[in-house]
Design a protein around this ligand. Structure first.
Ligand code: APR
Length: 289
């Protein structure tokens, strides 16, 4: 097993569950050492015993091989957009058309995308493990469901759902005087006239957790982290909280693996990094009972 040294990210804890960014840039110095295997080398598959419970966290990288852009990689979604303009409640108040154009384009892209071998490998693992498997995704696309995953939570919302801006979702986002919760919606809204109104007079907004809002299903996610024995984190830069802290919330006896082409910002919290593309690494990575 090869060892590499990369600095620990700054260890500021999430003050609350509201999503926030630790930093957009990775700084590397030689201060922390952790085990790394390269995907193109020979290494032991991850053994999943009959008593193990697996918690998986995925990020944008798991959908990269389906053709969907990540956020912070070169040419990523945030390179062409200011986060504050399209992914905050303030950006929505300022210009809902700009926000809907952004998410309409993402709906268009996601409609054309197909699940890749990484999604299929996770669905197959769920098939084997049943209720000993849980998948939490930061992704808002529906590629996990389309490959067959069922025991999953979309902590940052869903691209193909909308809700009234005055409906309060779990965690408290939204002023809360309307009952019109999330409903399936694949439509594109690209002008002020196109944005539908709720019966209460509110505008229909994307069912997405924006920066400063509270992620969804946190109680369920916390419970699953508490009882897992194996944690797999796939394709996420470890820059956005609270998800970047899940690896630290899990107990010290939990085996923690990261899979992606480069070390994430929270790399030093893992038992092992497997460096490679998820679609190449995940099929064949596990030996499950
Ligand atoms: N396989 C696995 N990982 C990959 C691949 C691949 N083929 N290609 C890229 N990656 C990795 C990159 O190395 C990077 O670490 O995916 C990660 C993508 O990181 P980000 O763009 O930061 O995306 P993510 O971590 O999912 O972002 C978290 O931030 O902007 C918000 O709400 C948004 O859910 C998102 C959250």
């Amino acid at each position: 097993m090869e060892k590499v040294a990369i600095n620990p990210p700054c260890s500021r804890a999430a003050v609350s569950f509201a999503i926030g960014i630790l930093g957009l840039r990775r700084m590397r110095t030689a201060t922390a050492v952790y085990p790394v295997v390269m995907a193109n080398s020979t290494y032991e598959p991850i053994q999943i015993g009959s008593e193990d419970r697996v918690f998986v966290l995925t990020g944008a990288g798991v959908s990269a091989e389906s053709g969907l852009r990540t956020f912070r990689d070169q040419g990523g979604l945030w390179e062409g957009h200011r986060v504050e303009e399209v992914a905050t409640p303030e950006g929505w108040d300022e210009d809902p058309v700009r926000v809907w154009r952004f998410y309409s384009q993402r709906r268009r892209d996601a409609r054309l995308a197909e699940p890749n071998p990484a999604h299929h490998a996770l669905a197959a693992l769920e098939e084997q493990l049943g209720e000993r498997f849980f998948l939490c995704t930061q992704n808002v696309d529906d590629l996990h469901e389309r490959s067959g995953s069922r025991r999953l939570a979309h902590m940052h919302g869903e691209l193909f759902a909308s809700r009234c801006e005055f409906h309060t979702v779990a965690g408290g986002a939204g002023p809360g005087h309307c009952d019109k919760g999330p409903f399936p919606d694949a439509a594109l809204y690209e002008s002020a006239e196109a944005i539908p109104r709720c019966a209460c007079g509110g505008r229909i907004r994307p069912h997405i957790v924006w920066f400063g809002e509270i992620p969804l299903e946190m109680d369920r996610i916390q419970q699953e982290i508490d009882r897992c024995t194996v944690m797999l984190v796939v394709g996420t830069s470890g820059a956005v909280y609270p998800a970047a802290n899940f690896v630290r919330w899990a107990g010290s006896l939990v085996r923690k693996y990261y899979i992606g082409p480069e070390a994430p910002m929270n790399a030093q919290a893992f038992t092992r990094l497997v460096l490679g593309n998820a679609g190449q690494v995940l099929p064949g990575l596990f030996k499950a009972k």
